[in-house]
Ligand binder design. Structure first.
Ligand SMILES: C[S@@+](CC[C@H](N)C(=O)[O-])C[C@H]1O[C@@H](n2cnc3c(N)ncnc32)[C@H](O)[C@@H]1O
Length: 588
C-alpha cells in the first residue's frame, strides 16, 4: 500500500486520552503468534487497550520498530490505521503479511496444485525411507530425521556417536564412552568430526500413527546419496561474518559456518530451493507473497538450528544462531503445508485493515508527515539482548539482501567501534534520534508508548536519557505479561537473569524549550506536589510560580542534586504540564 493511502495530511487529530491499563497479559497461542516466529513478538491483544485508550476509531498508530508487525495487527483489530517500519527487510515482509489478508481458500488451492503437479513427487524423491521396528521394517515418508554429532575416540580412533549415549528425559551427557576401547571422552575438549542420521520418525505408507526407529541400511544409503546431490537452484549465500555477535555467542566457527547456505544440510537445501523457485512462479502477487511468508518460517525450521527434543516441540531456539548437537531435520514439504495452514488460521480471523509498512531506520521517518500520527506504540531493541539482524539472516536472506546491521540500534560489544561495534553511548544517541522522529510525527498532546526492559542499569539510563533528550516526558508505566511465565518468574539467557515482565512506558510530548532535567525534574515535582497537597484551597502566594520555584530548587539542592536545566522558565513549563493553573496559582 502506498503511504499516500494512509490519510495523513490535513486531518484533525484522532488522539484520545483515556486511562491506560496498569497490567496487560497476552497469550502465545493466538494465530498471530503461530503464523511466523519472530524474537520478542508482543501479543496484539495486549496492545489493543493502549490503542483504544489513546486514539479514536480510524486514528493512525505508528510503530517505527515494528518487527513482525504486531502493533499493526492490534490497530486493525481495534479499527485503526497503522504506519509501520523496521530496518529489517525480513521484519517488513512479516509485518506486511501479518496485516494484509489473503483468501485462505486461494492459498489452500495453490498448495493442492503444488502437490498435484510436483510437490508430492519431489517429497517422495527426497523423503521416502524405512525404519526398523519390532514388527519388521516399515516404509513411508520421513517426517523427522535426527542427526547426531560423532566424535573420534582419542585412544582407538573409533567413532563415538553422541545419540547412542543419550537417554530420554536426561540432559545430554558431557562424557561419552567409546564402545570399542571403553575409554571415556569429554566432549568439551573434543571437536565433533561428523554428523550422522540416527533416528527416524516416519508416516507409514499404509497410513496410521507415526512410527519411530533406527533407519534401515537402505534408508541410510538413500540419505547418503541425497547428501552428495548437487543443488541446481538458487540458495542464499549471504556471508555470516565471524565478527557478528550471534556468530560468536553461538560458536559457529566450530560448525564450519561461513554463509547462510552452511546453515542448511543438503536435503533441506534441495527441498527449499525447489520450493522457493516454484513459489516464485505463482502469478497472483498476494498469493505468492503469502506463500513466501509460509516459506520463510519453513526455512527457519528446516535449518540446522532445529533442536531434537525428546519431549516433542522440536524447533530452533529463538534469538540465537545456535546449532545443537542433536539436530532434528524435518520434512520441508510437510512443514510448509503446516505453515500454510497456520497462515490460513490467521487470515480466517484477521479483518481487512489499512496498514502501510516501510523499510526504514527509526532514525529517519521522512515518509511520515509532521504531527500526523495519533499515537506511537513501539518496542525498540533492548540494548545488547537480541541482535535481530543476526538472528533473522537465516530466513531473511531468502528474500534478498539481509538487514544492514551497521544501522541496527543495539549495543554491540563484539566488534571494535571502528568495525561497526556500538557502545551504550552509541545506542543512546541512535535511540535519541529515533525518539526525536517519533516526537516529530506524533500530533500535539498525543502519547508515545515504549515497551522496554533490561537487567543492566546502564541500558536503562541510556533509554531514559534518550527519552528526555528527545523532548518526551514520562507519564505512566504499565506492566506487560506476554504469557507462559516460567515457574521461577524470570527467564535466563546465557546464564544471565532476564526480567520476565516487560514495562510499557508511556510518554507525552513535552512543550518546546524544555531542557533535560534528569533526576532534578523528579525531585522538584515531587516536592512541589507535596507542598501543594499541604495547602488549603485558597489562592495563596504560595501557589505562585516564583514561590514554587524556590520550593523546587530547595528540594533539588537538599536532595544532593544540581538544579541543572531547572531555569524558572523551564520550571513554569513543568508546572503547566503537571498542574491546573487558575489566575497564576497552581492547583493539583
Ligand atoms: C523488539 S523488536 C520489535 C518486535 C515487535 N514488537 C514484534 O511484535 O514483532 C525490535 C525491532 O527493532 C528493529 N530495529 C533495530 N534497529 C532499527 C533501526 N535503526 N530502525 C528501525 N528498526 C530497527 C529490529 O529489526 C527489530 O525488528
Amino acid at each position: 500500500m502506498a503511504p499516500a493511502q494512509i490519510e495523513q495530511v490535513g486531518r484533525r487529530s484522532l488522539a484520545r486520552r483515556q486511562p491506560l491499563p496498569e497490567y496487560v497479559v497476552g497469550s502465545k497461542g493466538g494465530p498471530w503468534y503461530t503464523s511466523h516466529t519472530y524474537p520478542t513478538k508482543v501479543p496484539p491483544e495486549t496492545i489493543v487497550p493502549f490503542i483504544e485508550a489513546s486514539t479514536m476509531p480510524g486514528g493512525l498508530v505508528a510503530d517505527p520498530f515494528c518487527g513482525s508487525g504486531m502493533t499493526g495487527v492490534a490497530a486493525v483489530l481495534a479499527g485503526r490505521q497503522a504506519a509501520l517500519s523496521d530496518l529489517s527487510p525480513g521484519a517488513v515482509h512479516l509485518a506486511r503479511n501479518h496485516t494484509r489478508r489473503v483468501s485462505p481458500d486461494q492459498l489452500a488451492e495453490t498448495v493442492l496444485e503444488f502437490d498435484r503437479s510436483w510437490m508430492r513427487r519431489a517429497e517422495h524423491d527426497l523423503y521416502w525411507s524405512s525404519v526398523h521396528t519390532e514388527d519388521g521394517d516399515v516404509f513411508g515418508l520421513a517426517r523427522h530425521t535426527v542427526w547426531s554429532e560423532v566424535y573420534e575416540c582419542p585412544k582407538c580412533a573409533s567413532e563415538v556417536v553422541l545419540w547412542d549415549a543419550t537417554e530420554p528425559d536426561r540432559p545430554l551427557p558431557r562424557d561419552i564412552r567409546c564402545d570399542r576401547c571403553k575409554r571415556w571422552l569429554d566432549r568439551r575438549g573434543n571437536q565433533p568430526i561428523a554428523s550422522v542420521p540416527r533416528w527416524l520418525t516416519l508416516a507409514p505408507e499404509s497410513g496410521g500413527k507415526l512410527v519411530h526407529g533406527d533407519p534401515t541400511p537402505e534408508a541410510l544409503y538413500q540419505i547418503g546419496k541425497i547428501a552428495r546431490r548437487k543443488i541446481t537452484r538458487w540458495v542464499p549465500t549471504a556471508p555470516i561474518h565471524p565478527s557478528r555477535e550471534m556468530y560468536i555467542r553461538s560458536a559457529l566457527h566450530l560448525r564450519g559456518v561461513r554463509t547462510v547456505a552452511d546453515m542448511f544440510a543438503r536435503r533441506p537445501a534441495l527441498a527449499l530451493s525447489r520450493l522457493w523457485h516454484q513459489i516464485g512462479l505463482v502469478q497472483a502477487v498476494p498469493v505468492r507473497q503469502a506463500l513466501q511468508f509460509a516459506f520463510t518460517n519453513t526455512a527457519w525450521h528446516a535449518s540446522r538450528m532445529r533442536r531434537y527434543n525428546a519431549k516433542g516441540g522440536q524447533r530452533p531456539l529463538t534469538g540465537t544462531l545456535f546449532i545443537p548437537q542433536l539436530v532434528s531435520e524435518p520434512n520441508v514439504f510437510e512443514v510448509f503445508r503446516h505453515q500454510v495452514r497456520q497462515v490460513c488460521r490467521l487470515y480466517d480471523v484477521l479483518p481487512d485493515g489499512n496498514v502501510d509498512v516501510n523499510q526504514s531506520s527509526a532514525t529517519d521517518l521522512c515518509w511520515i508527515a509532521d504531527d500526523s500520527v495519533d499515537y506511537v506504540f513501539t518496542d525498540p531493541p533492548f540494548g545488547n539482548n537480541i541482535h535481530y539482524a543476526d538472528c533473522n539472516i537465516v530466513w531473511e536472506s531468502w528474500l534478498g539482501d539481509p538487514t544492514d546491521n551497521d544501522r541496527e540500534i543495539v549495543v554491540n560489544k563484539s566488534r571494535r567501534v571502528e568495525d561497526g561495534g556500538k557502545t551504550v553511548n552509541d545506542y543512546q544517541r541512535l535511540l535519541t534520534e529515533a525518539f526525536c522522529e517519533a516526537k516529530r510525527v506524533v500530533a500535539k498532546d498525543s502519547r508515545v508508548s515504549v515497551v522496554f526492559h533490561n537487567s543492566d542499569d546502564a541500558v536503562w539510563t541510556a533509554l531514559l536519557d534518550a527519552v528526555e533528550d528527545s523532548g518526551l516526558r514520562q507519564a505512566e508505566v504499565s506492566i506487560l505479561d506476554k504469557g507462559q511465565r516460567s515457574q521461577k518468574g524470570y527467564k535466563s539467557r546465557r546464564g544471565e537473569l532476564v526480567p520476565f515482565y516487560d514495562l510499557i512506558l508511556t510518554f507525552k510530548v513535552a512543550g518546546k524549550g524544555i531542557p533535560r532535567l534528569n533526576g532534578a525534574g523528579d525531585l522538584a515535582m515531587d516536592a512541589v506536589t507535596a507542598h501543594l497537597e499541604a495547602l488549603d484551597n485558597s489562592t495563596s502566594p504560595k501557589r505562585q510560580v516564583d514561590y514554587l520555584y524556590s520550593v523546587a530548587v530547595g528540594a533539588v539542592i537538599g536532595g544532593g542534586e544540581k538544579p541543572i536545566g531547572l531555569s524558572l522558565r523551564a520550571f513554569e513549563q513543568l508546572c503547566n504540564d503537571h498542574f491546573d493553573r487558575v489566575d497564576g496559582a497552581y492547583f493539583l
